[in-house]
Design a protein around this ligand. Structure first.
Ligand SMILES: Cc1ncc(COP(=O)(O)O)c(C=O)c1O
Length: 383
C-alpha cells in the first residue's frame, strides 16, 4: 500500500480517537506515527521551519529530568538539545529554569508532563509566543491529565506529542503529533506531502538496537550514580548516532489503539486507586511524596523522593528482592548530551527518586504489600 493510502486508512480507523483528542485539546490536525519519538522528530522539524531561520544551530530546550528519547530525537532532526534544571518538588522545570536556557537559536521548548503531573502553562506559552519559540507538550506520561484550571493537558502548546507504547498509560502501540496552532498546519501539510520519513529499520533490528541502547544507558547511569566517573557524554555522543534509526517508526496497528481507546477512563481510575493506596500507607516515612497526580487525575508511576540518597540502590534492590517492581527514573539527561548545562537540582532529584507501579499488572493487594515492603526496608536503610 502506498504511504498516502496507508495514512488515509489509519486516519479512518482512528477517527473516534482523533475526534476526542482534537476536541479536548482544541487541536487542528493529527499525524499518526509508531512512536512519540517520531512525532517529536517531526515537531522539531516544524519548529526549525517555523522559526524562519532553519538555522543549522537551532536549539530546543528540554527538561533535564526525562527519558532520553526527546533529546535523541532532537539530534536526529539536527537540533541541539539544551537542558533546563527542575523544581526539586516536582522534577519539572519552572518558567525561570526554561528562561535561563534561552538563546537566539532557541526554536522550541518541550514541556514534559512528568509522571502524570501538570502545571499552569499559560505564562510559559505567552513567553514562547513573544519569542517565536514553539511550545511542545509531551503527553507520553499524562494521557487524560487535567491542568490546574481543569482544562486538558495538551491544550496549551502549539504542538502535543502522544505515546501509546509499552510502559505508557495505554500500551497498544503508536504515537501521535497533534497540531494545535492553525498556522502550523500548512507547514505540516507541505512536510507530509514532500518528504517521507527517512527509511525505517525492521522490527528485529530495532529490538536488538533497542536492547543495546538500554544496556549502554544502564551501564553509564550506574557509573555516574556510584560516582565511579563524572563524565560520560564523550563516550555516549560518540556512540549515539548508531541508535538514531530507533526513533523513526510508522504506525503499525491503528486498530489496536481504536480498541484500547474506550478503556482509557477505566485504566486511569485503576491507576488512581492504586496511587491512593500507596499514598495511605506511605504517608509517614523518610521521604517526600510527589502527590500532584491527585490534581491532574493521572498517575503514571507513584513516585517518592527518599531522604537517604546514598542508600537508594540498596533500598531499591531490597524491594526487588521482596518481589516488587521499582525503578529510579530518570537520570539527568544533560549528563549524556550536554554536561555544560548545569542542573544541580536534577542531580539531587535523580539520586532520590523511587517510582512504583500502578498499571494494569498490579492490583490493590500487590500495591499494599509493595508499600509495606518500602516501609519495612526504609527503617533499615534510613540515614
Ligand atoms: C516523556 C516521554 N516522551 C517521549 C517518550 C517516547 O515515547 P515512544 O516510545 O512512543 O517514542 C517517552 C517514552 O519513554 C517518554 O517518557
Amino acid at each position: 500500500m502506498s504511504s498516502l493510502l496507508q495514512k488515509a486508512e489509519t486516519s479512518k480507523i482512528l477517527q473516534p480517537v482523533e475526534a476526542d483528542l482534537l476536541r479536548e485539546s482544541g487541536g487542528a490536525a493529527i499525524e499518526w506515527y509508531g512512536r512519540a519519538a517520531t512525532a517529536l522528530y517531526r515537531a522539531y522539524t516544524i519548529a526549525r521551519k517555523s522559526s524562519g531561520a532553519e538555522a543549522k544551530e537551532a536549539e530546543v530546550i528540554l527538561p533535564s529530568i526525562s527519558c532520553a528519547t526527546p533529546a535523541n530525537a532532537a539530534l536526529l532532526a539536527g537540533v541541539t538539545p539544551r537542558f533546563a534544571d527542575i523544581d526539586p518538588r516536582t522534577g519539572m522545570p519552572t518558567l525561570q529554569n526554561i528562561q535561563q536556557c534561552w538563546t537566539p537559536q532557541t526554536c522550541a521548548v518541550v514541556f514534559i508532563h512528568l509522571f502524570g503531573q501538570t502545571a499552569d502553562l499559560r505564562s510559559l506559552a505567552e513567553w514562547c509566543r513573544a519569542r517565536n519559540v514553539l511550545l511542545i507538550e509531551d503527553m507520553a506520561q499524562a494521557l487524560g491529565a487535567r491542568l490546574p484550571d481543569g482544562t486538558a493537558a495538551g491544550s496549551v502548546g502549539d504542538l502535543s506529542v502522544y505515546s501509546f507504547n509499552p510502559t505508557k498509560i495505554l500500551e497498544c502501540g503508536g504515537g501521535a503529533l497533534l497540531i494545535r496552532s492553525p498556522k502550523l498546519v500548512p507547514i505540516c501539510t507541505t512536510l507530509a506531502g514532500s518528504d517521507t520519513l527517512p527509511p525505517e529499520i525492521d522490527d528485529a533490528q530495532a529490538k536488538t538496537l533497542s536492547l543495546s541502547y538500554r544496556n549502554l544507558h544502564h551501564s553509564l547511569v550506574a557509573l555516574l550514580r556510584t560516582r565511579a566517573v563524572d563524565e560520560v557524554s564523550t563516550a555516549f555522543l560518540k556512540l549515539q548516532p548508531a541508535f538514531r534509526p530507533l526513533y523513526l517508526r510508522h504506525m503499525k496497528d491503528p486498530a489496536a489503539l481504536a480498541v484500547a481507546w474506550p478503556q482509557l477512563q477505566q485504566v486511569l481510575e485503576h491507576r488512581y486507586r492504586n496511587a491512593q493506596q500507596y499514598d495511605e500507607i506511605l504517608a509517614e516515612g523518610n521521604w517526600q511524596r510527589i502527590s500532584q497526580w491527585q490534581r491532574s487525575g493521572v498517575c503514571w508511576r507513584y513516585s517518592l523522593l527518599v531522604n537517604f540518597s546514598e542508600k537508594l540502590v540498596e533500598f531499591s534492590e531490597a524491594i526487588r528482592r521482596d518481589g516488587f517492581h521499582v525503578s529510579n527514573l530518570y537520570w539527568p539527561v544533560n549528563d549524556f548530551f550536554r554536561p555544560s548545562d548545569p542542573c544541580p537540582n536534577a542531580d539531587e532529584f535523580a539520586r532520590r527518586i523511587v517510582n512504583l507501579w500502578v498499571d494494569q499488572t498490579v492490583d490493590r493487594q500487590w500495591v499494599e504489600k509493595c508499600a509495606r515492603s518500602l516501609v519495612r526496608n526504609a527503617s533499615r536503610f534510613a540515614a
